[in-house]
Design a protein around this ligand. Structure first.
Ligand code: BTN
Length: 322
């Protein structure tokens, strides 16, 4: 855990300029030794800190902090209630905790720094302070989990639309939930569902978008990854978060009313592997090879295999180009 003082120090340094320990202590009304300890801890967030004798401390680059007012004023009247957290284990975990305590549809938690981000298939989601957009949305559905099979695909369509609005060209998708740019992963979705088989169901929709990958974070990611900076997108994290929430505000009620079917054609157009030969890795380790024929209205992937057309549902399956 990092102390609030560490974040206050990082906010001072976030302008990208040099600040002496003494000036920071004075500005924060604390002792120099406390600032020194805060600085020692700051590197845990993944930021790179420089110290130059006679000039003080400086970050490798400015921090693009989230700004709640910017996000909410871009959204106008909407269902979302946004909390911005300095540091959290996982925004999915935070929202799940609040859901268990009775929070309503529309609760959103976004983090400046997520310490233990979770990905699909038990993987970790790596990000540094200010280097990603990491947030989770609580949405309650009257139906059972069975009718939510296409939800992560519909959410990926929302992410692709939002990134297009932020100026990112040529975003594509990879079944079931990756968002790609030039065939490298730019964003991902992890949806965690709880509730009764026949409904109602609580979904925590977690989205992570790489904004600026520092070398340490990039090295920790075990697949080809890219970030918004590479795409040439100059929008702030707050602006991109606002676009993402605006698209989710459209897509989630529409999914609740009609399921995935209205998004199936758009999803297929965005699919980087449509009509390509792929291998699906099943949860038991078996591989199934075939050619992608499309996605059905229930969100299942249709694969032409040697034994005929088969359908697969997201969950624990991963897809690779053959
Ligand atoms: C994946 O592609 O494997 C899914 C990545 C999902 C990451 C996001 S970041 C915000 C939310 N909180 C988490 O712990 N995970 C999701």
């Amino acid at each position: 855990m990092l102390s609030p003082l560490t974040f206050s120090v990082l906010r001072l340094l976030g302008d990208g300029e040099f600040h002496s320990g003494e000036d920071m202590a004075r500005a924060l009304n604390t002792k120099r030794a406390n600032v020194w300890h805060a600085l020692k801890n700051a590197e845990q967030t993944g930021v790179t800190l420089f110290r130059v004798r006679g000039r003080g401390y400086c970050l490798a680059g400015p921090i693009d902090w989230l700004n709640r007012d910017v996000v909410m004023s871009a959204l106008g009247d909407c269902v979302f209630r946004l909390r911005i957290l300095d540091s959290v284990d996982s925004t999915n975990e935070w929202v799940m905790r609040h859901a268990r305590e009775g929070a309503h549809t529309g609760l959103v938690a976004a983090a400046e720094w997520q310490r233990e981000g979770r990905g699909r298939l038990g993987r970790a989601w790596h990000s540094a302070l200010g280097g990603a957009i990491t947030f989770s949305v609580l949405w309650r559905f009257p139906e059972g989990a069975g009718s939510l099979a296409g939800l992560s695909l519909a959410v990926s369509v929302a992410v692709a639309r939002a990134l297009a609005r932020a100026g990112v060209r040529k975003v594509s998708l990879k079944w079931p939930n990756d968002v790609l740019w030039r065939h490298r992963k730019l964003a991902g979705t992890l949806i965690e569902i709880s509730g009764d088989a026949l409904g109602p169901t609580t979904a925590v929709i977690g989205i992570g978008v790489n904004v600026k990958l520092d070398p340490r974070t990039k090295a920790a990611i075990d697949q080809a990854a890219c970030d918004l900076a590479e795409t040439g997108c100059a929008a702030s994290r707050s602006d991109v978060l606002a676009h993402l929430l605006a698209e989710l505000a459209q897509i989630l009620p529409a999914f609740s009313a009609c399921g995935f079917a209205p998004f199936a054609a758009e999803w297929q157009r965005l699919h980087a592997y449509h009509e390509k030969n792929v291998t699906l890795k099943m949860p038991d380790g078996a591989n199934v090879a075939g050619k992608i024929a499309g996605t059905a209205g229930d969100g299942s992937l249709m694969l032409k295999t040697r034994s005929g057309m088969r359908r697969f549902y997201g969950g624990e399956i991963s897809l690779r180009r053959a």
